[in-house]
Design a binder for this molecule. Structure first.
Ligand code: GLU
Length: 329
């Protein structure tokens, strides 16, 4: 096969040189007409898809950031109370966590070590350490934004830690921990672009991930863009790099990861939403919600939240300020 391939490359080169030789002898060659060619797109691209809020029913008003109060003391690692959700996880021998592998700084695969890393992954490791005394006892399941709710409802995962905004619509289907980070939606464009914010995107092609709050907010914009919806945030960066969209719009956290990877893109305009990130937990496991909230409180008082913030998110001169915990009971 290799020999055949090599021969056809050589033949192509000989023909090319032959044509060049003819052309240079004073007889111009007719150039083949190149009509517009569809550029390759990421799998699953949809233009202006329907909004998916994560709840089919009427959404009751709520404070999406108010979670369930943890009990005073966390159980010792390896000694989860019998009959609890945490005990079932301990007996299984691993925590199953739905995460991303495409979002630099939050959940991404380190190409050198092949390990998943980032601010969200550190939160998963804190929960595993609290259950087992070992942060590595985790089975990661890589899921898209659109798969988060179903992964929790079907019991495929114990928790989702994936740049997930706590919203009232999502509370209908799942529980959230207290807020562990507050992001805000912004706009990312090519460094040479004249666009300065969301208000200039009306009718223009803007990329966002399916099943994200970002899509819903773009649709509500006074100047709604043409929404190009993809499965992964990294697909949006590639489409922007290839000029197939004029902007990407989502949480500034995710966009900061893109800026860190590509010096040719920039974030513009102010935050126009607030996105309080919570850890997603199945609706029926309230003991797990209280436990995870206890773990989050301890990560803030014990320093692991600050260490992780400083490693992944801090801009020069930033002070790490964890969001205050809010409970409704
Ligand atoms: N925070 C937003 C959400 O939960 C966007 C982030 C994402 O889709 O990963 O929908």
């Amino acid at each position: 096969m290799r020999g055949t391939a090599m021969r056809s490359v050589l033949l192509t080169l000989v023909l090319a040189f032959g044509v060049t030789a003819c052309a240079s002898s004073g007889h111009p060659v007719d150039l083949a007409t190149v009509s517009s060619v569809d550029r390759p797109q990421p799998v699953g691209v949809e233009v202006n898809p329907p909004t998916t809020t994560g709840a089919a029913t009427q959404v009751p008003p709520c404070d999406p950031t108010a979670s369930l109060r943890p009990s005073t003391n966390l159980p010792q690692p390896g000694a989860m109370p019998s009959g609890s959700t945490m005990r079932a996880i301990q007996d299984r021998g691993r925590l199953i966590a739905g995460v991303d592998q495409n979002t630099f700084l939050f959940g991404f695969r380190n190409p050198t070590s092949n390990a998943l890393e980032g601010f969200d992954i550190d939160r998963v490791r804190d929960v595993a350490a609290a259950i087992f005394g070992d942060p590595n006892k985790v089975q990661y399941k890589v899921i898209t934004s659109a798969e988060r709710i179903d992964a929790l409802k079907s019991g495929e995962v114990d928790i989702v830690v994936r740049t997930m905004t706590a919203t009232c619509a999502r509370w209908v289907d799942i529980n959230f921990s207290t807020t562990y980070y507050v992001a805000g939606q912004r706009v990312l464009v090519d460094r040479a672009s004249q666009i300065t914010g969301i208000d200039q995107l009306g009718g223009k092609r803007v990329c966002a991930s399916k099943g994200s709050t970002s899509i819903a907010r773009l649709r509500e914009s006074p100047a709604p863009p043409e929404i190009v919806a993809v499965d992964n945030w990294s697909d949006c960066l590639v489409m922007l790099q290839q000029g197939q969209v004029v902007a990407v719009s989502t949480d500034d956290t995710i966009l900061a990861g893109m800026v860190a990877q590509d010096p040719n893109v920039k974030m513009v305009g102010p935050r126009f939403t607030e996105e309080p990130y919570g850890i997603g937990i199945p609706k029926q496991y309230e003991d797990m919600v209280r436990f995870v909230n206890g773990v989050l409180e301890r990560s803030i008082t014990g320093g692991s939240w600050v260490t992780s913030y400083n490693k992944w998110l801090a801009q020069a001169g930033d002070r790490a300020v964890p969001p205050p915990a809010r409970y409704r009971d």
